[in-house]
Design a protein around this ligand. Structure first.
Ligand code: AMP
Length: 407
C-alpha cells in the first residue's frame, strides 16, 4: 500500500498550524496549533479525529521545539512523523515570486530561491523556511513540498501585474504585483464552480477572501486575471490591521512632515491601520456589537471597509466583463451576514443581490445566498487552505509519484 497521509504545516513567525490528512478519503486525522513560540507562555492545542482536544502550555523556545512537540502529539495517536503511512509534508510558503507557478518538491535550489525572496516577504518567508528546515531535519527521507500563496496569481497578465513605474527600476528590485491567499482563491473559485454545477473553465468568479487579512480576485475560467494584494499583502482591501490602498505620497508625507522612519510607517500601515486603526477593534463581531450600541467610530470603520470592498467588486466586474458568481470566504466572509449584505447592497444594476433569509442561514457548507433566478450567483464558500495544500502535495508525490517507491 502506498502511503496516503500528508502533514500540512503553516509556519508563521510565532506559530505553527498543522493538519494531518488522509488523502485516500479526505479525512482529517489531526488538527492543531502551536502559538506564542519564543515566549514563556507558548500553547499547543492538538485535536485528534474523533477525540478530545489536548492542550498544553509552557515554554516552546523555537520552531524546532514546536515541531518536535507536534511530532510527539501525533505519536501519541500512533501517527508519528516516523509512520510509514506518511507520504509527504506540504508547507505553505507565502512568497514564491514570479517563477514558482506550481507546487514544488523542495530541494536545495528551491530553498535558496525562497531565501532570495526574503526582501519582498520579510515577515513570512523566514518563518516558512525555518519550518521546512526543521521538518527536513526530522524526516530527511520524506518528500517535502512547497505550496506558494502567490502561485495561483502568476497567470495575471502583465497589464494587471505591473505597477506603472519605471520599468528598469521595477525589474531591478523585482517590484510587481504578486498577490497572496492564492491557495484559498484557487480552492474557493473551483468550489464555487462546483456549487454552480459547472466546470471551472466555464465560469468567471470574483472571490472575496475576507479574514483578518483580506483580498479579492478576479478568476476567468479557472485562471486568476487580477487580485487586490500586490508586492506585499498590504495593498487592496481594508483589513483587520492593514490599510490596503492609499496614495503612496502619504508615506513621503509621514517621513518628511511627521518625522517617521520607514520602519515606523511599515508598522503603522501593517499593524495599526485598517479596522483596528479606524476604531480600535479588528474583530468584525466586536465591531458589529459596537454598531448595534450606536458607536459612531465603529460605524465609520465598517462603512470604510464596505466602501472599499464595493469598489473592488465593481472593478472586477469590469475586468471580467461577464461575472457568473461572487463568492465570500474566510472568517468575515463566511460568518458576517451584515458584511455580505452591505457589500452587495445597491449593486442590482450589476446583477448582484442577496436574499435576506438565505444570507442569515449559518453553516459549514458552500451555499447560494442570491435570490432564485439572479443573473449573478452570490455564494458563501468556506475556504480550506489545508485541504488544498494537501491535495496539491499529494498530487505531486502521491500514488503515482515519488512517494510510491517500492510499491
Ligand atoms: P481569518 O483570518 O480567516 O481566520 O478570519 C478572522 C476574522 O474573522 C476575525 O478577525 C473576525 O473579524 C472574523 N470573524 C470570525 N468569526 C466571525 C463571526 N462569527 N462573525 C463575524 N466575523 C467573524
Amino acid at each position: 500500500m502506498s502511503p496516503t497521509r500528508v502533514l500540512v504545516l503553516n509556519s508563521g513567525s510565532s506559530s505553527v498550524k498543522y493538519q494531518l490528512l488522509d488523502m485516500s478519503d479526505g479525512s482529517r486525522l489531526a488538527v492543531g496549533l502551536v502559538e506564542r513560540i519564543g515566549e514563556e507562555t507558548s500553547r499547543l492545542k492538538h485535536t485528534p479525529q474523533g477525540g478530545e482536544a489536548r492542550e498544553w502550555s509552557g515554554a516552546v523556545p523555537d520552531h524546532e521545539a514546536a515541531l518536535k512537540a507536534v511530532a510527539a502529539e501525533l505519536a501519541k495517536d500512533g501517527r508519528g512523523l516516523d509512520s510509514p503511512d506518511l507520504a509527504a509534508i506540504g508547507h505553505r510558503v507565502v512568497h514564491g515570486g514570479k517563477h514558482f507557478t506550481e507546487p514544488t518538491v523542495i530541494d536545495d535550489a528551491v530553498l535558496a530561491e525562497i531565501e532570495r525572496l526574503i526582501p519582498v516577504a520579510p515577515l513570512h518567508n523566514p518563518a516558512n523556511l525555518t519550518g521546512i528546515r526543521t521538518a527536513q531535519a526530522l524526516r530527511p527521507d520524506l518528500p517535502q513540498v512547497a505550496v506558494f500563496d502567490t502561485a495561483f496569481h502568476t497567470t495575471m497578465p502583465e497589464s494587471a501585474a505591473r505597477y506603472a513605474i519605471d520599468v528598469e527600476t521595477a525589474d531591478a528590485h523585482r517590484i510587481r504585483r504578486y498577490g497572496f491567499h492564492g491557495t484559498s482563491h484557487a480552492y474557493v473559485s473551483r468550489a464555487t464552480a462546483k456549487l454552480l454545477g459547472k466546470a471551472p473553465e466555464d465560469v468567471n468568479v470574483i472571490v472575496l477572501h475576507l479574514g483578518n487579512g483580506a483580498s479579492a480576485s478576479a478568476v476567468r475560467g479557472g485562471r486568476c486575471v487580477d487580485t487586490s494584494m500586490g508586492l506585499t499583502p498590504l495593498e487592496g482591501l481594508v483589513m483587520g490591521t492593514r490599510s490596503g490602498d492609499m496614495d503612496p505620497a502619504v508615506i513621503f508625507h509621514l517621513m518628511r512632515v511627521g518625522g517617521m522612519s520607514a520602519d515606523e510607517i511599515d508598522t503603522l500601515l501593517n499593524n495599526r491601520s485598517g479596522l483596528i486603526g479606524l476604531c480600535g477593534d479588528n474583530d468584525m463581531r466586536e465591531i458589529r456589537r459596537r454598531i448595534d450600541e450606536g458607536d459612531e467610530r465603529a460605524r465609520l470603520a465598517f462603512d470604510i471597509y464596505i466602501h472599499r470592498l464595493k469598489k473592488y467588486i465593481g472593478a472586477y466586474c469590469a475586468v471580467l466583463g461577464r461575472v457568473d458568481a461572487v463568492a465570500f470566504t474566510a472568517g468575515v466572509g463566511e460568518n458576517s451576514a451584515p458584511v455580505r449584505e452591505a457589500a452587495v447592497a445597491g449593486l442590482e444594476g450589476l446583477g448582484l443581490a442577496v436574499d435576506g433569509e438565505l444570507n442569515a442561514v449559518r453553516g459549514d457548507e458552500a451555499r447560494l445566498i442570491s435570490p432564485a433566478g439572479a443573473r449573478v450567483a452570490v455564494a458563501v464558500v468556506p475556504t480550506d487552505e489545508e485541504m488544498e495544500i494537501a491535495t496539491q502535495t499529494y498530487a505531486l508525490v502521491g500514488k503515482d509519484g515519488m512517494g510510491s517507491e517500492g510499491d
